[in-house]
Write a protein that binds this ligand. Structure first.
Ligand SMILES: [Zn+2]
Length: 581
């Protein structure tokens, strides 16, 4: 059902200059014939990404991320390939029918989302009825105005335990579906609403679809828990969402930071006060999925968890986990009230904003944390503390931070700066050794045949004359990978009568088996000149290597052959091949 053709996509690509598009996200500096920038796809400290205007390709020399203009937008904005095409088109002022692309998107769980939307509307409407007066009062007293009740879809579940259930049945949904999305409960053969007598707060997935609810009491009931949350369901996976993520995204881009709080009330409180780049983790420990959501925001993270020892420990473990993933982490520890919600209610939003001006680095937080429960006038305690700090220092890539910290420790505890520096040097060696061994395992070394074959493929992507040259002089690869790519190239050229590396990347973007290899080959060629003479060099080389390989195979055959006549035939073949080589 693809309604936008490859031809149209290639047309958009040819009108979009990759330098302008990447330049609209990141500052670029020209260096020789390419442009350089800091890579947004890994924890980059020096410009590692090269953008070629001539080839319309980008490549990070550190993490290997590479592709054409669409690949960049796809990765940077974390959107689908077609959405990336649309964004690029828009940036170049090309209008395309958006509905075409929407139709092509896979909409899954449509029915389930409809149920959740109906539930949300039902709850919201209850607030406006006579049953909602007390709840509305409660919300207003807590400083949540009509505007934000609407913005956050806050509603009310009624005292009667099957109003929503009956309503949804009337809408032709069946019990199984309602149980599946966790909007009703079952006890024996009786079904009833999951939420009653509570104010409801919708929970969204990363794209802003309602996937569950959190509901709290509001009339001071003592015999029940303060909050009830949706159970895990097909839609609601608690560890895979961050409260307010979809709404905060644009504000994170503006502020270049994302504030992470524990509870959704903290997030709402900050948002209402105008601090809108906030998400809540809805618990204390960040999951792997939540960290990867944060990574996609390409901004620094400010952890502002509860003001208790659980919050402090969570700051440490979450900070550690995020640093490991290459995120830049800062910490705010509030004092006085137990969480950001109460802090703002007691001190006002401006007081909170003051904390944002100069948040401490995660490193400083950790160094302070390590001091806890230690008597640093005691030599043993001091030694343990200093060693732990040095370990931290050794992990840091920031030379200035290292220098300053070591100086501070040396002065504060009267230790020799030289000795401290030596120690860090030693620790760093151990660390970098670890990294090198990992890298070595990851990068499979290509042999001469593979390297030259890569080059031939690269030349073939640069025009029909190179494809002809391949067919005339070689016409075949020994290995399946290059053979398959060459066949795709020939097929593509026959169909389009034109070929270039960035458009071919678009073409293979949904061909999983060859995509990564093609990207790799194209990015390796980012600085290569192309001419028939250079290509002939590689064609000759591969031809010779293939013959050599053939001879090798025949020699093994010869060794295993017992029939004298057949042996002679093999020897003839070998002689012939040797002559040709
Ligand atoms: Zn990179």
């Amino acid at each position: 059902m693809a309604v936008i053709t490859n031809e149209e996509i290639n047309n958009i690509r040819s009108k979009a200059n990759i330098v302008d598009i990447i330049g609209s996200y990141l500052p670029l500096t020209q260096r020789g014939r390419n442009y350089l920038c800091v890579c947004p796809f890994h924890d980059d400290h020096s410009p590692s990404m090269s953008v070629s205007e001539e080839k319309q390709i980008y490549k990070c020399f550190a993490c290997g991320n590479t592709g054409n203009v669409f690949t960049f937008v796809e990765n940077y904005e974390d959107v689908s390939f077609l959405d990336a095409v649309m964004i690029v088109a828009e940036k170049c002022g090309i209008s395309i029918d958006k509905s075409l692309i929407k139709n092509n998107k896979v909409v899954s769980n449509k029915e389930e989302f409809e149920i959740m939307n109906l539930a949300e509307k039902f709850y919201q409407n209850n607030l406006k009825t006579e049953f909602g007066t007390t709840a509305l009062d409660y919300l207003n007293k807590r400083g949540i105005s009509e505007e934000f009740i609407k913005e956050f879809g806050i509603g009310l579940s009624l005292d009667n335990s099957n109003t929503l259930y009956n309503l949804l049945l009337k809408k032709k949904y069946n019990v199984g579906e309602l149980l599946d999305v966790g909007i009703i409960n079952q006890s024996d053969d009786r079904y009833y609403d999951m939420f009653t007598r509570r104010i409801t707060f919708p929970l969204w997935d990363k794209d802003g679809n309602v996937v569950g609810f959190s509901a709290r009491i509001y009339r001071g009931e003592k015999d029940t828990s303060k909050y009830v949350n949706s159970r895990e369901s097909k839609l609601f996976k608690k560890g895979e969402t961050l409260y307010n993520y979809h709404r905060a995204r644009d504000f994170v881009k503006l502020e270049k930071s994302v504030i992470v709080v524990e509870g959704f009330m903290d997030a709402i409180r900050l948002f209402v006060g105008g601090v809108k780049n906030v998400v809540a983790l809805q618990g204390t420990a960040l999951t792997k999925e939540q960290i990867s959501l944060l990574k996609k925001l390409h901004s620094k993270v400010i952890l502002c968890l509860d003001n208790d020892s659980a919050g402090e420990n969570a700051t440490l473990s979450n900070g550690e986990a995020m640093i490991k993933e290459g995120l830049e982490v800062y910490v705010i520890r509030l004092s006085g009230q137990k969480d950001p919600d109460e802090y703002v209610l007691a001190n006002g939003i401006e007081a909170f904003k003051n904390n944002l001006v100069n948040p401490m680095t995660y490193f400083d937080f950790k160094v302070n944390y390590l001091k806890k429960n230690r008597d640093l006038s005691n030599t043993n305690d001091l030694a343990v503390y200093v060693n732990q700090v040095l370990e931290e220092v050794a992990n840091s890539k920031d030379d200035i931070l290292i220098e300053l910290t070591l100086k501070k420790i040396s002065e504060e505890y009267n230790l020799s700066l030289e000795v401290l520096k030596e120690k860090v040097k030693g620790l760093k060696k151990v660390n970098s050794h670890d990294i090198k061994t990992v890298k070595k395992v990851n990068i499979l070394k290509k042999d001469a045949y593979m390297l030259s074959s890569d080059k031939i493929i690269y030349f073939m992507l640069n025009g029909g004359e190179y494809i002809d040259e391949y067919q005339k002089k070689l016409g075949f690869f020994d290995d399946a990978m290059h053979r398959e790519i060459a066949n795709e190239i020939i097929y593509y050229y026959q169909k389009n009568n034109d070929i270039n590396p960035p458009d071919f990347i678009t073409y293979v973007s949904d061909k999983e088996t060859i995509r990564d290899n093609v990207m790799q080959i194209v990015s390796d060629g980012i600085d290569d000149d192309v001419s028939i003479e250079i290509m002939d060099g590689y064609l000759n080389r591969v031809d010779k290597l293939m013959i050599k390989n053939e001879i090798k195979k025949l020699k093994i055959e010869l060794k295993n052959e017992t029939d004298a006549n057949k042996k002679i035939k093999i020897l003839d073949k070998i002689a012939e091949l040797k002559k040709a080589n």
